[in-house]
Ligand binder design. Structure first.
Ligand code: AMP
Length: 190
């Protein structure tokens, strides 16, 4: 069983690579961004709460995100493992994730970070915005906020896993299949 944190700034390719990883390893995709967008679309209370943060490119408060992930893990008991995509985004979320997994006798196998230069991220997000319909993909100010939030609040999560000897970085620019091959090479060593 693998429990993998796929890490990286917005536009790094986490969603694209997650799809390929699910197909190859049969893992459960747990994308907090996708879960929030589902709640938004369904107009739930959680969606209403997350909306203003998402539209501004800021992080939804930890306790809201953690509660949502807890529910998802609890309802997916017979999974072969998880790919965490867009979570954890703060050290508090990483600590909560460790505790949650421990309570199910599970643990994180490793974090794989996709490394992509900032100018390429911005190009990719704008390109995605043409078809994704995501308001947070279509506005320079929102894109800049998300990258700033990533650098200030999320990057420390890499140190958290580095200290546990669980961090690997992969260059995320180039052919999708080549990047995928490099990710698989890391996973196959777990
Ligand atoms: P994403 O699709 O991962 O880029 O997430 C879209 C938006 O959802 C983010 O800009 C945040 O507002 C919110 N979000 C997603 N995951 C998290 C998380 N782990 N912690 C806080 N906010 C999150």
């Amino acid at each position: 069983m693998y429990n993998i944190v796929l890490f990286g700034p917005p536009g790094a390719g986490k969603g694209t690579q997650s799809e390929k990883l699910i197909a190859k390893y049969g893992l459960t995709h747990l994308s907090t961004g996708d879960l929030f967008r589902k709640h938004l679309g369904e107009g739930t209370e959680l969606g209403q709460l997350a909306k203003k943060y998402m539209n501004e490119g800021r992080l939804v408060p930890d306790e809201v995100v953690i509660g949502m992930v807890e529910d998802k893990i609890a309802e997916t008991k017979d999974s072969k493992g998880f790919i965490f995509d867009g979570f954890p985004r703060t050290t508090a979320q990483a600590e909560a994730l460790d505790a949650m997994l421990k309570s199910h006798q599970l643990q994180i196998s490793g974090m794989i970070a996709l490394d992509v230069p900032e100018d390429i991220l911005k190009e990719r997000i704008k390109e995605r915005g043409k078809t994704s319909g995501r308001v947070d993909d279509q506005d320079d100010e929102k894109i800049n906020t998300r990258i700033k939030v990533y650098l200030e609040e999320t990057l420390p999560v890499a140190d958290y896993y580095e200290k546990q000897g669980k961090f690997k970085s992969i260059y995320g620019v180039g052919e999708i299949d080549e990047i995928f091959g490099n990710i698989c090479a890391v996973i196959d060593q777990y």
